[in-house]
Design a protein around this ligand. Sequence first.
Ligand SMILES: Cc1ncc(COP(=O)(O)O)c(C=O)c1O
Length: 361
Amino acid sequence: MRYFLSPPHMGEKELEYIHEAFKSNYIAPIGEFLTRFEEKVKEFTKAPYALAVTNATAGLHLALRVLGIEKGDKVAVSSFTFIASLSPILYQSATPILIDSDESWQMDPQALEDAFKKEKGIKAVILTHLYGQSANLKEIEALCKKYGAFLIEDAAESLGATFENKHTGTFGVFGVYSFNGNKLLTTGGGGVLVSLDEKLIKKARFLSTQAKEEGVPHYEHKTYGYNYRLSNVLAAIGTAQMEVVKKRIAKKREIFNLYQQKLNHVATFMPEIENSKGNRWLTTALFDVDPLKIYNYLKSLEIETRPLWKPMHLQPLCKEMKFYGKGISEELFKKGLCLPSGTQLKEEDIEFITGAIKECL
Ligand SMILES: Cc1ncc(COP(=O)(O)O)c(C=O)c1O
């Protein structure tokens, strides 16, 4: 038996819907499932407008383009995250300003405020909701308002996570969810961009399909766009996955609780910010020993784990970029590990994995 970090979990409906898409012969680029998938995401998250795209990275890129972020503009971004939170800033030739985490592991509002004060003119903030838990939306949202910056939520990992009972991804000007193969739900590869503003999603939709002007039979272009629209077949998978979203979150949280119970004395788990509820996409924890020892020992037993994200400010790519914070994410990176969190795990699997960790320690 091999344990993966977060493998896809297909249910009963996915193939049925794929067959439906095939029968209709709407494979791509349009089709009924694109609308159904978007409707499901809207209904679940309460985001009024949604656009299904090829992946969350494309969604973030569209968000920046729609908001007019361009060469030389400053964009603050979580440092403790996956590279895809940052790379769309580079696609726009804009300037990332890296913001550290605080004890919550999420973006540190104090470091963000320092950046706002020193940098002047930060136009947007890309806020990652890390490992499926909500960031400190109350303070970050207030800071974005105070300093007049657009808030873009990178909710790639946090579909279904809430802050004060409101879904992450629905606080900012834009939010984006990922349906990559390792996420809570998957379409193989995919993303959904959401917004409270119809005009913004309309513009993103236009740009995601090569920016073709309407009202003429030929292709007329006043600007350039992208080929970022999700296919109808993948949207069919997403539609079926959305039908089990609540079940999957309950299972992820159950897995987290089991790990916490069984490793209570040897590990410190990622906290949840007050008034928030995460989806616990990946169970992540800090250990007192070098996590690579655990990583290697578990690897020998075919159990996949992964170090926490290496902060962006430590990446060779980012060495010239400005960074604000106390280096808390560096400490987290040194001590932390993501544990297998697939929703098909049973209690005996967690028992086996935690037993192996204890053995290693
Ligand atoms: C925080 C974060 N942002 C963005 C992405 C990019 O998502 P996608 O693979 O759908 O482009 C991911 C994961 O892949 C992620 O973990």
